[in-house]
Design a protein around this ligand. Structure first.
Ligand SMILES: Cc1cc2nc3c(=O)[nH]c(=O)nc-3n(C[C@H](O)[C@H](O)[C@H](O)COP(=O)(O)OP(=O)(O)OC[C@H]3O[C@@H](n4cnc5c(N)ncnc54)[C@H](O)[C@@H]3O)c2cc1C
Length: 389
């Protein structure tokens, strides 16, 4: 099912982490079709990830986590996605957020420590709920209609978030809200069991169905003072671009690698009676497989290269924003192209639900709409081009 000689595995620890992700992927792949078809949430996958310690891998080591590197994160997420894309994207938000918080240390230390403890000991899962109908992607800078009002013993938050991945399973959400009586936007840590928190199953989508990115409603939710965890824009304080978002390209490359694996298997075994050899020997098939290889090679070398640079050279991290964005652009577009080519090789049966290709096709489409969008990436790169000229 997986590469025998994974060229990006360089250490014993990477091998161990990869094997963990690979064994989960093999397990999850058996039910990926079922969850795609029903749109139900794959709770058993998340139980398995909690039981193996996968959910604690990026939490801070001093508070019980493993502090894995960005390179290791993309390695495991790419492997996991070869079994189940939606589970991978979902757990990717959680792992990425914990990695980012552990690196930046912008939160009050006691609050952060308590969150790490809950992630490690109580197996809590966290996600960010930032998108709203009125703002669209929060990366565009729109102000949330969700509002937080200060009270003498905490805050009251009211609002409605869309695209809330992991809605059925996340224990805590970092919810963005405009702060009443000021222009500021804050991030508030909200436990799903608080009074006034509810969900609506709106996630009836083409792809990434099992992420269950449903709507989250907050109706006059009372939260304690220490749940106001960050002021949005805080990320700029230490000038770090979001390295953790590489979990997104890793996921979509993983889905495309699954398509590549399956198309190679198909081409090696499919022999219509008009031929005296399998279709793998046809020149046009080899050209298409070659084009898939090229797309994935470009995306993977770029992703692993940038992740390695991030890990190796902390001084350069503040300058890696354009590279990180370019990896996302390259990987998600390469994934769309590779799955499309795989389906052209397989032919008409690729659109049958009994084959996985149409699921890969639908899932990789979603990657285009994860941040940053293509136009934003090109603007970033364009600006850098002019700065350097
Ligand atoms: C599978 C999946 C999982 C997700 N999970 C989460 C999650 O867990 N938490 C979360 O908060 N969000 C999540 N999101 C939401 C995601 O981050 C985006 O907010 C969402 O997809 C909407 O962004 P958009 O660019 O697609 O649409 P919009 O922002 O609504 O934009 C629609 C169109 O208008 C253009 N546009 C809009 N505003 C501007 C502007 N100012 N300048 C130029 N062009 C503009 C866009 O380019 C696009 O063409 C998820 C999305 C997907 C697909």
């Amino acid at each position: 099912m997986f590469d025998k000689d994974h060229v990006f595995i360089k250490t014993a620890r990477q091998k161990e982490l990869y094997e963990l992700a690979r064994s989960h992927a093999e397990d999850f792949s058996r039910r990926a079709d079922h969850y795609d078809e029903t749109g139900d949430f794959p709770f058993e996958n998340f139980e398995a990830l909690k039981a193996s310690g996968y959910t604690g891998l990026t939490a801070s080591e001093e508070y019980g986590g493993k502090n894995i590197s960005l390179y290791e994160l993309v390695l495991i997420q790419e492997a996991l996605a070869q079994g189940d894309g939606p589970t991978t994207l979902g757990i990717g938000w959680h792992l990425g957020i914990m990695m980012d918080l552990s690196l930046r240390r912008e939160w009050d230390e006691e609050t952060f420590k308590a969150l790490c403890r809950r992630v490690i000991n109580d197996k809590h899962i966290v996600n960010r709920a930032a998108t709203e109908q009125g703002t669209g992607s929060p990366t565009r800078g729109g102000k949330p209609a969700t509002e937080a009002g200060k009270e003498h013993d905490g805050w009251r938050v009211t609002g409605h978030k869309t695209f809330t991945t992991l809605a059925p399973v996340a224990d805590e959400f970092i919810v963005t809200a405009s702060m009443k009586d000021s222009d500021d936007v804050g991030g508030f840590l909200v436990n799903r069991h608080l009074d006034g928190v509810s969900f609506e199953e709106t996630w009836d989508t083409l792809g990434m169905r099992a992420t269950r990115s449903d709507d989250l409603f907050l109706k006059n939710v009372k939260i304690p003072p220490d749940a106001f965890v960050e002021r949005i824009g805080w990320q700029d304080k230490n000038h770090l671009p979001p390295g953790w978002l590489l979990h997104i390209p890793a996921c979509y490359i993983g889905i495309a690698l699954a398509a590549r694996r399956d198309v190679i298997d198909f081409a090696a075994n499919y022999q219509p009676n008009s031929l005296d050899h399998p279709i793998k020997d046809l020149q046009h098939v080899q050209q298409k497989i070659g084009a898939i290889e090229l797309e994935l090679m470009k995306a993977r070398y770029m992703m692993y290269g940038v992740a390695e640079q991030w890990d190796r050279d902390p001084e350069r991290r503040p300058h890696l924003g354009p590279e990180l964005s370019a990896v996302k652009y390259t990987a998600t577009n390469a994934a769309v192209k590779a799955v499309d080519l795989a389906m052209r090789v397989v032919g008409g049966t690729s659109i049958f639900r009994s084959k996985p290709f149409e699921r890969y096709y639908r899932d990789v489409r979603a990657g285009i709409h994860n941040p940053p969008s293509d136009d934003a990436v090109l603007s970033i790169l364009g600006k850098r081009g002019f700065q350097e000229s």
